[in-house]
Structures are given as C-alpha cells and as structure tokens.
Write a protein that binds this ligand. Structure first.
Ligand code: ADP
Length: 620
C-alpha cells in the first residue's frame, strides 16, 4: 500500500502543473493498458510484429514517463509522446495490426485528441494536419495495395479488436477527463478560498488604512495645536526676557536672562523641527518657490551664525563664486533652512578651528543653474560607518561622545528631505577628528543674470557692526519712534498683550489692547488705527473671522486698516494662508521686538515715523 502511495505522491506532487499531471495520467494509463492489450493481442492472434511492437511500446512509455518526471519543466517530453505515438507508432500499427477493419482507427483518433490535451495550440494544429495526411495515406495504400496490411485472422477477431479498442480508449479518456475536471475544480476551489481570504485581507487593510489616516490626521492637528500651545507661553517667556535684557543693568540677572533666551530659542527650534518632520512624513510639505536675492540669504545666514561661532572662538568665513547670478528663483525658505541646519551642526560639532560656508554653481542651461552650497568644519568628524546612517531620522551618532551636545537627530534627516524635494543632492566627506564637509547641490532657476560679486566686499559695503557680547538678532536697536501712531493688539492671552505692548514701549506708539474678537470690534468702531495686530486662535470669534468683520463693519473706522496676523500658528504654509485671507503681513510667535519694529516701518504711514538721529525728519 505504502509503495502505491509513494508512487502516487511522486507523480502528483504539488509543484507539478495540471498539464504535467495529465501527462502522467495519460502515460500511466497507457502503460497499464498495454498489459491487457498485449494479452488481447495474443488472444486475437495479432501478428508477431504487432506483439513485438506492443512490448517496445511498454518500454518506450516507461522511458518517457521517467524523463518527463525527471525534467518536469521541459516541454520536450509531451512533444516526444505526441510525435512518436502519432507519427510513428500508430501508422506502423495500422499496417501490422489489421488496418481499417481493426480497432487501430480508434487508437489513431485517440492519438489526435490527446495531442490537443498535451501540447500547445500551434504544434497541435500542425500535428493534426500531419495525422490527417497520414491516415488518408494509410487508407489509400490499403485500398491500392491490400497486401501491405497484415489483417487479423477472422472477422470475429476484427470485431473483438474494434470493440475492445473502443472500450480501452473510452476508459482512458474517461480517466483523463475525470482527472482533469477534478484537478480544475480543486484549483478553482483553492482560488475561490484564496480570493475570499484576499477579500477579507483587503477589507482589513482598508479598515486599517482608514484608522491610520484618522490617526495621522489626529496627529497633524495635535501637532498644530501643540505648536500653538507651546509657542504661546514661549512668546511670553522670550518677550518678557527681552524686556529684562533691554532694561536691566544687573550683570548677574542679565546673564540669567541670556540663558533663558538661548534655552527658549532652542526649545523653539525643537518645536519647529518636529513640526517640519511630521509635515514631511504626512506628505503635506509643499515647496513655495519665489524670486529671491542670493546675497540676502548669505547675509542672514552669516549674521545668524557669526555670534555662535565667536562664542566658541571659531573662525567663520563665507566664500562665494563672484559670477553667481544675484537673483534666483526657488524655495528660499527651505534653502535657508538647509544652510542653517548644516551651519548649526558645524558649529555644534567643532571645538576649535574654523567653519566655512561656500557658494558655487554650475550651469545647467540658459535659465537654470545648480547652486552648490558647502559647509566645511574642522570638528570631530564622522566615521565612515556612521556616514551611512547619517541622514536617518532620530539618529544621533556616538551618543557617548556627544552627550553634552543638544540635539534630536532630526536636523540632517529634514535637510536631506528638503534637498530631495527640491530635486537636489546632499553629500558628506568626513574624517574622524579632522572635520567634515557637507555639500548640497540644488537646481535653481536664474531670475536675474547680474553677477553677485564677492560676499566680503558687499559685506564691508554694508558696514555691519556686530556687538561683541550680544547676538545681533536677539535685541534690536530702536532707531525710531512713532508717538502719533495708533495700534490695536488683539489676543485672548493677557500676557501676550503685555509682551507686545512692552516690546513696542520705546517706539512710543499708542497701543490699545483687546482681549477678544468682540472687544476688538468695539474698538474699531470708536478709533481709527494705523495697524491692527491680530491673534488667530481665540475662543468664540477667531482672528480670521474678526478680520473679515472689521472689513465689513458698517460705520467701521478701520475697513481698510492693515491687519497683521500675529499668531503661534507657525506651520508651513501658514504665512501663505494669512496673506491669501487678506492680511497685510504675518508674524509668528514668539515675536521679537525687531520683527515688530520692522513691521511698523513697513506699514505705518511715513509721516508718523520719527527717526531718533534726525529728530523729526522722515526717513524717506
Ligand atoms: P542632531 O540634532 O543630533 O545634531 P542631526 O540630524 O543634525 O541631529 O545630526 C545627526 C548626527 O550627525 C549628529 O548627532 C552628529 O553625531 C552627526 N553630525 C552632524 N553634523 C556633523 C558635523 N558637522 N560634524 C560631526 N558630526 C556631525
């Protein structure tokens, strides 16, 4: 029993195709049928040649069966079976086993039908045509030369041969078709089961997707809220701290205030990084290409990093190709962010020596260049192994070595994502303990062909004087007053109202403070303002609604007053959103005194600005 099970298992193993299993069924059945057929041949006294042929057939079938299963992927065995049986064996048997009065015609029919089961359509057509030619040839020869055909001995033998041939062929086809139908049904059942399983899996996936999308949306809105919630208190902390830095003369307290200032800004950049990162992750980060002046990017980066470099006694230089086009078209904000991330790292990870920021370019075509920015430092460097995971999110290398250096491991991953989004590349060359050079290449459109010139010379021209002990971005020098200007500040957080009022104190502007949208609308009915500074997220009536209500206010005195969004909503795209609503400008919290003053300078009527140096003389 075991022996038969083994044989069955071998000929019908799972990896065989249905067609291959069919070949096994045909060959197996043909092999087994040969034995009773041989006995029948002896009974009906077939010619000796007929009997020898049948014995040869048994060996031939066994051989083909063996090779078919040894090389299951080959299409040659079915072709050999079909070719040999139809083109050699059956025509030969026609002449030695009794001609058209015997059962051989039924076997020839069998041969041509199973050709269609075993081989592809094209060879099957060719073989059928050949068989048709051959059988007609055999019939013709028998008619013309009956002596070439070895006939069976009696009419009874012929009838019996035909009858038994019919029985065997029917049996063989019966088995084949039954097997084939069963195999296809089994396969269809498996397919149906797989289909059901796939459908279920699909439904599960769709459900999971929906849950993920909801979770991701919840995450985004949580981040937006968190950004707002964190920025609001930082606004108060940094604003009040700025007042201490401005007004206090006690050296010790100034030192404390300086520390608060630097920790506050650090916290702010952390919130910004996390927001950027989650925006990129959710695919909501978009580029906002604009025309910009390259020198102002260089100048601002220079200014922002110079004090940090000085504090660590590092030499900081900016070098550039003077032939660079002065005006470019691209996402200036992201480019600044990329440069600042690299520069901050360079200063952070360099103990002594220098940091160099260089700008070069290569022409792509008439209208486009590759802007090449490189940041080189003489710092601790990055080992070759670590360079591979450098741009992965949340990766901080050699935590032990850097444990005193603040960081989240997000900066470079964001930098790389921004560069990718802009169609650029970022590379690093670094040697441990010697230093690193990060090179970013970003394609930019040329907005103006004029050459930028040498950064150093332009810088001297600007005559920048950087105070030795304070970051020039931290405390603005108040250069003007505007005692006749009237400003309305709207914010639901009392502390924020105070911060703005105090930051504007020295400009002598008249400030009214409104703690809600409703209160704001009362003020705008009573007084004409030069500027309204409006918070966005306020209970009951938010800043955008209040803004539109001011515009539509019947008898309102401020229907055309510039309204500035002063909000903690610092998500990417916020500025565009406020400008599109009709706001005159946008300031994000925590706001700096210098930003507020710049805003006044931009929006106040010129006759209300009084320059300190020139007495009452207008700047214009
Ligand atoms: P982090 O907030 O930790 O600075 P980044 O993504 O900016 O995160 O950098 C990832 C890691 O790459 C850092 O923790 C640091 O180990 C390494 N790294 C980045 N820039 C430099 C550099 N200029 N010199 C040496 N190591 C650097």
């Amino acid at each position: 029993m075991d022996f038969f099970k083994k044989i069955f298992g071998y000929f019908f193993r799972n990896e065989l195709t249905i067609r291959h299993k069919l070949v096994n069924v045909i060959l197996g059945t043909a092999f087994l049928v040969q034995f009773p057929s041989l006995i029948m041949g002896i009974i009906v006294r077939t010619s000796t040649m007929g009997i020898i042929t049948q014995i040869v057939m048994i060996f031939f079938i066994a051989l083909v069966l063996y090779f078919t299963n040894k090389y299951p992927d080959s299409s040659i065995p079915p072709m050999i079976i079909v070719g040999v049986a139809n083109l050699l064996v059956f025509p030969y048997m026609y002449f030695v086993c009794g001609g058209y009065s015997s059962g051989i015609v039924i076997w020839i029919l069998f041969g041509s039908i199973f050709t269609w089961l075993l081989v592809d359509t094209k060879p099957a057509i060719v073989i059928t045509i050949i068989i048709f030619g051959l059988i007609n040839g055999c019939l013709f020869i028998e008619k013309m030369y009956p002596q070439f055909v070895a006939r069976l001995y009696t009419r009874n033998d012929e009838i019996m041969d035909t009858s038994l041939s019919f029985l065997f062929v029917t049996l063989i086809f019966g088995v084949i078709f039954k097997y084939q139908t069963a195999a296809y049904e089994k396969q269809a059942k498996t397919l149906r089961a797989n289909d059901d399983a796939l459908r279920n899996l699909n439904e599960d996936l769709e459900e999971a997707n929906l849950r993920l999308a909801t979770a991701s949306e919840a995450k985004s809105s949580f981040l937006a809220n968190m950004s707002h919630e964190i920025r609001t208190p930082i606004n108060a902390v940094l604003g009040m701290d700025e007042m201490i830095l401005r007004e206090c003369r006690d050296k010790q307290i100034l030192e404390y205030a300086n520390d608060i200032d630097s920790a506050g800004h650090q916290l702010l950049s952390l919130v910004n990084d996390i927001l950027d990162f989650s925006k990129i992750e959710s695919g909501k980060m978009e580029l906002h290409p604009v025309e910009y002046e390259l020198f102002s990017v260089m100048y601002d980066c220079y200014n922002m990093i110079l004090m940090r470099a000085r504090r660590k006694d590092l030499t900081f230089t900016v070098a550039n190709d003077p032939e660079l086009p002065a005006f470019l078209f691209g996402d200036e904000v992201r480019i600044r962010q990329v440069i600042m991330n690299l520069l901050t790292n360079a200063v952070k990870y360099t103990k002594d020596g220098s940091v160099t920021l260089s700008f070069g370019f290569e022409n792509i075509d008439e209208d486009n260049i590759n802007l090449i920015i490189s940041v080189k430092d003489t710092g601790i460097g990055i080992s070759e192994d670590n360079q591979k995971s450098l741009f992965d999110s949340f990766t901080r290398l050699d935590e032990n070595m850097h444990r005193n250096i603040e960081g989240t491991g997000l900066g470079l991953s964001i930098t790389k994502k921004f560069t990718d989004m802009m169609g650029g590349t970022i590379d690093v060359e670094s040697e441990l303990y010697k230093g690193s050079t990060f090179t970013v290449t970003i394609p930019q459109k040329i907005a103006g062909r004029e050459a930028i010139g040498k950064f150093d010379e332009k810088l001297n021209h600007k005559r920048v004087t950087v105070p030795e002990d304070r970051d020039i971005t931290a405390a603005p020098a108040e250069k003007f007053t505007a005692p006749h200007a009237r400003i309305l500040v709207v914010d639901d957080v009392k502390m924020n109202l105070n911060v703005v009022r105090l930051l504007l104190k020295k400009t002598n502007v008249q400030t009214d403070l409104a703690a809600s949208g409703d209160e704001c609308l009362k003020y705008t009915l009573m007084k004409r303002y030069d500027i309204i500074l409006m918070d966005h997220m306020m209970p009951i009536m938010d800043g955008i609604e209040a803004f539109h209500r001011i515009r539509e206010q019947a008898d309102g005195l401020n229907t055309d007053t510039p309204v500035v969004a002063l909000t903690a909503n610092a998500l990417v795209g916020a500025q565009e959103m406020y400008l599109a609503e009709g706001f005159a400008s946008y300031l994000s919290k925590p706001v700096k005194g210098s930003d507020l003053e710049d805003c006044l300078l931009k929006l106040l009527p010129e006759d209300k600005i009084v320059w300190e140096d020139n007495g009452n003389e207008d700047k214009a």
